[in-house]
Design a protein. Structure first.
Length: 259
């Protein structure tokens, strides 16, 4: 497995699959590259780059302050290691927060940007309710609560798993805490108007984990961005509603290929 070396010496594990236009897929908080496993085949014909965030998977797990802006620097290190001057970027949940910083701080590296089920940060965005926070903090309920935030009841009734969006079980507890703080402290609001990459924003209409109102906030803040809402979808829209979401992403990216 290849590794990228960051400026602070941390090793970031990354994976490369296929050939074609490069597309970097960025996973959610406390998850590694397997977040994307159920839908990788949807993007056949592209060179897919995934990675394990620091603190997850095969990447190093330093016990130090993490940030979404710092994670974006790790993505730049992966691009460098993979020999890519630029790529298309698709980030979901915390990965979408990281993608915002990547597009702000390294605009020359981002050819097109897709932000899924994400937000500009707590200071200006819409946050989940205190009721949800309390339920997730209860160890006896947290996994089931998270599943129900990710997927609709009907989908859960038909699918016994495995589930790929519940977090990296190999993470040390300190790294989980570092990820949580990094995501909670995200605030890219002031930089969003500086994004120059063509941008598509996707969000499920029934997402209360990252409330759907964040989609239009981002679309209004990023020049030229547009938001598409996926009816009935919750936070893991990209998996349960892949038949809608993946074609929308591919159509957008193909349009940028031709531009």
């Amino acid at each position: 497995m290849p590794f990228a070396a960051t400026t602070d010496g941390t090793r970031i594990a990354y994976q490369v699959r296929g050939e074609g236009q490069p597309l970097v897929l960025l996973a959610g908080q406390s998850n590694n590259h397997t977040w994307w496993d159920p839908i990788l085949s949807d993007f056949a014909g592209r060179r897919l780059i995934t990675l394990d965030w620091r603190g997850t998977g095969d990447s190093d797990k330093p016990d130090e302050v993490y940030s979404t802006r710092g994670f974006a620097q790790d993505v730049v290190a992966v691009l460098d290691a993979a020999g890519l001057a630029s790529a298309q970027i698709y980030g979901t949940s915390m990965g979408g927060r990281v993608a915002q910083w990547l597009a702000i701080d390294a605009p020359e590296r981002v050819e097109a940007l897709v932000l899924g089920c994400t937000s500009p940060g707590a200071a200006h965005g819409h946050e989940r309710s205190q009721e949800i926070r309390k339920a997730l903090a209860d160890p006896s309920r947290s996994e089931r609560v998270l599943l129900e935030l990710m997927y609709t009841p009907g989908w859960l009734a038909r699918n016994d798993g495995p589930y790929y969006v519940l977090g990296d079980t190999s993470m040390p507890s300190y790294a989980k805490g570092r990820h949580l703080v990094a995501s909670n402290r995200h605030d890219a609001w002031d930089g969003l108007p500086d994004i120059i990459a063509p941008t598509l924003i996707l969000h499920g209409t029934d997402d209360v984990f990252s409330p759907v109102a964040n989609a239009q906030l981002l679309a209004d803040r990023i020049p030229g961005a547009r938001a598409e809402l996926i009816q009935g979808a919750r936070h893991a829209y990209f998996h349960e509603f892949r038949s809608v979401a993946s074609p929308a992403v591919l159509a957008f990216l193909a349009a940028q290929d031709r531009a």
